[in-house]
Design a protein around this ligand. Structure first.
Ligand code: FCB
Length: 453
């Protein structure tokens, strides 16, 4: 029997990117530098010391890129706004030229019938704010809120899908606990504070959104990365390790947003570094949101490991699985599982898959004008089927955004990991739609029909 993979008629078929990863020209037209500018310009932080100075040159080529989206048949596009283009010093003076760029981008998208979805924070904090403590300074909730309000006013007549923060877990885990991402701090005591201020900033922006004109037509949510955790064995120690891993990665942000409480395991993990937070803060964080954005890439199998602090666990590699260039196991079933988990734990609410995709090795230059990427085609086929399965089991899934539209700057990995539906030849900036891009276009055109093949 062939399974039908029809998606709803109003389903959003999109692709996602983020400002620092694609735009280039980071200081053009009066923009202020970000922590990613500083981090990538500091030796030994990134692969071959690569920076986002040029990236995909999208800042200047955005019209061509929107034309490619249109060729793929996308009806939605998720991008992020660089805070420092709008507020070069992070607060205070507004740089109109920065707003103009996003305004032109939005107009171009609408002209082609593509729904813009804007993320306010995708990791590129203005350097000037980092100098004032960044996510460790409680005032950042107000700074973020003012910036958000400026964008609601500037674009709210045309953008009606907003996300506050992209992957707060990565911001604190990479930026404040392990230090592999900007601003590169490694402190058990800082990570909980950064977490809490990210959530306060989120809550303040949602509250401000409700009072803005943008709320008349628009919706607002948050984007989290979720990763189902499986135990390496049924031993009590491994089951406990999984409970901690799940609290740290999956519940640390969602529990406060939906229930107003942090998971109890965080105290187990952080010990005395985990502070008590006021009820007032928790009320601010628990603002009702309109949708949840879920980024999904992989799952993890965890084993207890007393040596590895603070979580006391270790992920066990799966030698028989296919893994991507970022060493993430390909495991589509866990996408269905995590979406069902969200529904069971937090209730049925509109959900978007705001990122999903894979880095596989692609040739640096097209061969006979083509880039064949069969592994990525298969990745999309399987994950879109898994998303459909979740919908069949009652998840209110409204859209899917592939990560990414273009090969781009993969943070500390520099340009060494290619995630695009569209290949970028960095020596010429030439774009070539990969076979995965063509495949995704056929999924969109048939509204899921080709997934049964
Ligand atoms: C996510 C990020 C995105 C990109 C992908 C591969 O964690 O949101 O910017 O790096 O991973």
């Amino acid at each position: 029997m062939t399974v039908s993979y029809a998606f709803p008629d109003d389903f959003l078929w999109g692709a996602a990117t983020s400002a620092y990863q694609i735009e280039g020209s980071p200081t053009a037209d009066g923009a202020g530098r970000s922590i990613w500018h500083r981090f990538s310009h500091t030796p030994d932080n990134t692969w071959l010391n690569e920076t986002g100075d040029v990236a995909c040159d999208h800042y200047r080529r955005y019209k061509d890129d929107v034309a490619i989206m249109s060729e793929l048949g996308l009806n939605a596009y998720r991008f992020s706004i660089a805070w420092g283009r709008i507020y070069p010093e992070g607060t205070g003076r507004i740089n109109k030229k920065g707003i103009d760029f996003y305004s032109r981008l939005v107009d171009e998208l609408l002209k082609k019938g593509i729904k813009p979805s804007a993320t306010l924070y995708h990791w590129d904090l203005p350097e000037a704010l980092d100098d004032r403590g960044g996510w460790l300074n409680r005032d950042i909730a107000d700074w973020f809120c003012d910036y958000a309000a400026t964008m609601f006013d500037a674009l709210g007549d045309r953008v009606n899908m907003w996300a506050t923060v992209n992957e707060p877990w990565v911001v604190t885990d990479g930026g404040y606990l392990s230090g592999v991402l900007a601003p590169g701090h490694a402190s058990l005591f800082e990570a909980p504070i950064a977490t809490h201020n990210l959530l306060r900033a989120h809550g303040s922006a949602v509250e401000r959104f409700r009072a803005s004109n943008a709320a008349k037509k628009g919706k607002i949510g948050i984007v989290v990365n979720l990763e189902p955790k499986y135990p390496a064995s049924q031993s009590a120690e491994d089951l406990d390790a999984v409970r901690r891993a799940d609290a740290y990665m999956n519940r640390q942000y969602l529990d406060p947003v939906f229930t107003g409480k942090y998971p109890a395991e965080l105290r187990e993990i952080f010990g005395e570094a985990w502070p008590e937070w006021s009820d007032e803060d928790m009320r601010l964080i628990k603002q009702p949101i309109d949708f949840l954005g879920v980024n999904y890439y992989t799952r993890k199998i965890e084993r207890y490991d007393a040596e590895r602090l603070p979580l006391r666990l270790k992920a066990v590699p799966q030698p028989d699985s296919i893994t991507t260039e970022t060493r993430w196991e390909v495991y589509p079933e866990a996408l269905t599982r995590i979406l069902l988990w969200v529904k069971e734990r937090y209730g049925k609410l509109p959900v978007y898959i705001t990122e999903n995709g894979a880095a596989f090795y692609d040739a640096p230059h097209p061969i006979d004008g083509k880039i064949e990427d069969p592994l990525r085609v298969e990745y999309y086929r399987q994950h879109l089927r898994a998303a459909h399965e979740a919908m069949k089991q009652g998840v209110d899934l409204r859209g899917y955004f592939a990560w990414s539209l273009l090969d781009n700057y993969e943070w500390s990995h520099g340009y060494s990991k290619r995630f695009g539906l569209v290949h970028v030849d960095y020596s010429t900036q030439q774009r070539t739609i990969k076979s995965s891009g063509r495949y995704y276009a056929s999924v969109i055109e048939t509204n899921g029909g080709v997934l049964s093949r």
